[in-house]
Design a protein around this ligand. Structure first.
Ligand code: SF4
Length: 70
């Protein structure tokens, strides 16, 4: 099994659906805090995006990204 990747939620390298406020993961079931700004995310998880109106994988990204922590 591939380990879940880490992302710094305040850097552009974390601009994935997993950390976007439009991804339907309000309970944060697909992300897990590690330490400071570092979070794990399940990159193969799929949830509905209310902008695209389709299911998107956690590692995806688009120009409508908005950080759910800001
Ligand atoms: S597709 Fe875009 S708007 Fe939708 S969850 Fe992903 S980054 Fe956010």
């Amino acid at each position: 099994m591939i380990p879940n990747p880490l992302a710094d939620i305040h850097k552009p390298t974390s601009w994935h659906c997993a950390f976007c406020k439009h991804w339907n993961d309000r309970q944060n079931t697909h992300i897990k805090h590690k330490v400071f700004d570092l979070w794990y995310y399940e990159q193969q998880a799929k949830e509905y995006c209310d902008i695209k109106r389709i299911d998107m994988k956690a590692f995806a990204y688009c120009r409508h990204y908005e950080n759910k922590f800001e």
